[in-house]
Design a protein around this ligand. Structure first.
Ligand code: ADP
Ligand code: MG
Length: 232
């Protein structure tokens, strides 16, 4: 039996910029993310990694190609339904975490839950607490995020990405400004969540050691995946 497929993209193309500065940023990218698998995307600066993540995250629309989430084609959906898919099924972790710094860790984690509007206040609070426990921040739930260290803030961003229990986690250099120990910790946490919860993770990373811990490594160059290999 085929393992469950969380997300696919097929022959995705994207042009960015205008006139002379127009760039063919993605030139036919196809990927399949199965439940329980961790994928890394590596490649030189400017090869299209972030563009791909934004498109898979339904934050940008490709010029050609197809995306399915849980076997449903999504690109034709109207904006409000796309936003709902994004909120319900996808979690993002960006290199710069974009936390609201005057908000507590807990309030930051509750933002996506409020947007989705499915849970009553008490359950949102309980879930935020559970997620912050899972990232090792149980004692710092109510601290304003500007009073957390860089590593702690990135862990809040991870908890926030998991707020609505997404099927797919998209992470763009999530450990880019963490030290080595915190990078591994953050990665191991994500890996555990993916494996235990049958989710999929696509991780852009410049760290070759972390890339090689992933089940699949996709090498990008000039807007295409030039090589995919399984973990050694
Ligand atoms: N908004 C934009 N307008 C024009 N060109 C862009 C834009 N965003 C990215 N690009 C170009 O698209 C290419 C891919 O960029 P990006 O996906 O950010 O690469 P990476 O994340 O691999 O460094 C680069 O040539 C970049 O300069
Ligand atoms: Mg990038």
């Amino acid at each position: 039996m085929n393992p469950e497929v969380c997300l696919t993209c097929e022959d995705v193309e994207r042009f960015l910029g205008e006139d002379e500065s127009r760039v063919h940023a993605l030139r036919g990218v196809s990927l399949t993310l199965e439940a329980g698998t961790v994928h890394s995307v590596v490649g030189p600066s400017g090869c299209g990694k972030s563009t791909l993540l934004y498109i898979l995250g339904l934050l940008d629309t490709p010029d050609a190609g197809c995306i399915t989430i849980k076997s449903e084609a999504v690109l034709h959906l109207p904006d409000d339904q796309l936003a709902r898919k994004r909120n319900e099924l996808l979690g993002f972790i960006f290199q710069f975490h974009f936390l609201l710094e005057d908000f507590s860790a807990q309030e930051n984690v509750m933002i996506p839950m409020r947007r989705l509007g499915k849970l009553p206040e008490k359950e949102m609070l309980d879930r935020a607490a559970m997620l912050l426990d899972a990232v090792g921040l149980e004692s710092k739930r109510t601290r304003p995020s500007r009073h957390l260290s860089g590593g702690e803030q990135q862990r809040v961003a991870i908890a926030r990405a998991l707020a609505n229990d997404p099927e797919v986690i998209l992470a763009d250099e999530p450990t880019g400004n963490l030290d080595t120990e915190n990078s591994y910790r953050a990665f191991e946490l994500l890996q555990r969540i993916v494996q235990d919860g049958g989710k999929a993770l696509l991780l852009v990373t410049h760290n070759p050691q972390i890339a090689e811990l992933c089940d699949w490594v996709h090498e990008m160059k000039d807007g295409v995946i030039v090589n995919t290999h399984a973990r050694a």
